[in-house]
Design a protein around this ligand. Structure first.
Ligand code: IFM
Length: 461
């Protein structure tokens, strides 16, 4: 049988990713303020089984064990997020650009000092996301990101955080998945803060992009040798049928989901056709906004999970489009998430063709599976191993074909709070045994990852 070893570039950054509200717990500890996810998850009916991030994976208390576990698996890069309400419980920086003051919580800084120093001592480079959706509730009370001032508050927070950690943390991701934050949280209402309003979603989208662009010069000022970018969730979109109306719906989906959030980063503004489509729902855009948003980045971070097959849908009030699910297609436990590694390859090539030679990191990719502890005490997750193997191979092919892909972070280290799905979806390559004191059990996929990372590649048949 013919086998080939797919090897990756020598300095390829293999790693894993998590987010503060999904793993930390300790929501009332050491002066942390309330976030919109605390509010949202405590409202009955908003999350599966009424679960919240109150305890999550208890990472706040068990971070040392978690760092040791990562070291044991040979993980060299760890992407995590900082909880804004731990650093500035009231949401505003002391020297606020917006003239509102708020205090920095030293104990919040201390926690991340301990975590980051622990990582560095164990040979793990931290990559920090500034905003992975846990907005301080006090800022939501002022309108949240639908209020343009929030971009200024984000800059204050960025200033505090990057001036404190900039001596040690060089890799910064401003915002995680602006589409999810704006649309799931403000149009579909399934994420915090639970708003359902197209105009609000588009304002949030604009202000989040503005916050991203305005924060880049602050990061560079505070962090010598900084590398910074934004993490966009990018899906490969295809028409579900050959009818022209389906092709057009798929094009709209691509523009609303992918290009709305990526074109402006590269100086292209919003896709014209969608601007016309949104009409009176368009947000207020001021002179200079697109210059801020297009502030050059050091990399584009891409979170890729799936392809979207799209058809025309007259009843959809947003873009008259719907996703189509085909029964024979292999998919994740998330029934709408098709396993489509080729989409990762195509998305990477598309980024290169559309936006040029920007370095790219895959900052999230992974699978949700029905994991169980077997009789032998292990967690066997062949579907996840296969998903990862095929996506790693797609990434390898993209590099071979000239994409400047620099790293790959598997989502996620742990089974964590999957937002509105509570703990029903397991994305970790380390199992969290919720029946047994949150015991961590490395799944087969964790061992697979450890071997790929160690060898910087893997064998395919
Ligand atoms: O868990 C999420 C993460 O917070 C953002 N990206 C997608 C993951 C899986 O749904």
């Amino acid at each position: 049988m013919y086998t080939e070893f797919l090897s990756f570039p020598r300095d390829f950054a293999w790693g894993t990713a998590t987010a503060s509200y999904q793993i930390e717990g300790a929501v009332n500890e050491d002066g942390r303020g309330k976030s919109i996810w605390d509010t949202f998850s405590h409202i009955k009916g908003n999350t599966a089984d009424g679960e919240t991030g109150d305890i999550a994976c208890d990472h706040y208390r068990r971070y040392q064990e978690d760092v040791r576990l990562m070291r044991g698996l040979g993980i060299k890069n760890y992407r995590c997020s900082i909880a804004w309400p731990r650093i500035i419980p009231s949401g505003n920086g002391a020297s606020s650009r917006c003239g509102v003051s708020g205090n920095v919580n030293q104990k919040g800084l201390d926690f991340y000092d301990r975590l980051f120093d622990g990582c560095l001592e164990n040979g793990i480079t931290p990559w920090v996301t500034l905003f992975h959706w846990d907005l301080p509730q006090t800022l939501q009370d002022k309108g949240g990101f639908a209020n343009r001032d929030c971009a200024g508050y984000f800059c204050d927070y960025t200033d505090k955080v990057t001036s404190h950690f900039g001596d040690r943390i060089k890799n910064w991701i401003t915002i995680n998945e602006p589409w999810v934050y704006s649309f799931c949280g403000h149009l579909y209402g399934v994420h915090a803060p639970g708003v359902r309003d197209t105009g609000a979603a588009l304002s949030v989208a604009h202000n989040v992009l503005l916050a991203h662009g305005m924060s880049l010069p602050i990061i560079r000022k505070n962090v010598p040798g900084a590398k910074a970018g934004i993490a966009n969730n990018i899906a490969w979109v295809e028409s579900a049928g050959s009818r022209q109306e389906d092709t057009e719906a798929a094009k709209r989906w691509d523009m609303a989901f992918n290009r709305w959030f990526t074109d402006p980063l590269f100086g292209k503004g919003y896709p014209e056709e969608m601007v016309r489509w949104y009409g009176k729902n368009m947000p207020g855009i001021k002179d200079g906004d697109f210059d801020h948003i297009a502030c050059p980045m050091d990399f584009l971070a891409v979170n890729y999970y799936t392809r979207r097959l799209v058809a025309h849908d007259e009843t959809d009030s947003h873009i008259k489009a719907k996703q189509v699910y085909r029964p024979h297609i292999q998919r994740q436990e998330f029934e709408e998430w098709e396993n489509f590694p080729e989409g990762l390859y195509r998305a990477l090539v598309d980024i290169k063709e559309r936006y040029g030679d920007i370095p790219v990191y895959i900052t999230e990719n992974g699978a949700s599976c029905h994991d169980k502890i077997s009789g032998d005490g292990c967690v066997h997750d062949p579907a996840r191993v296969e998903y990862l193997r095929r996506h790693f191979a797609a990434a390898w092919q993209a590099i071979k074909d000239g994409c400047d892909l620099r790293g790959y972070f598997v989502w996620s280290l742990y089974d964590n709070l999957e937002w509105g799905f509570g703990f029903t979806k397991r994305f970790g390559f380390v199992y969290i045994d919720r029946e047994n004191n949150l015991k961590r059990i490395v799944k087969d996929s964790g061992h697979f990852i450890a071997s790929v990372y160690e060898k910087n590649g893997f064998t395919v048949d």
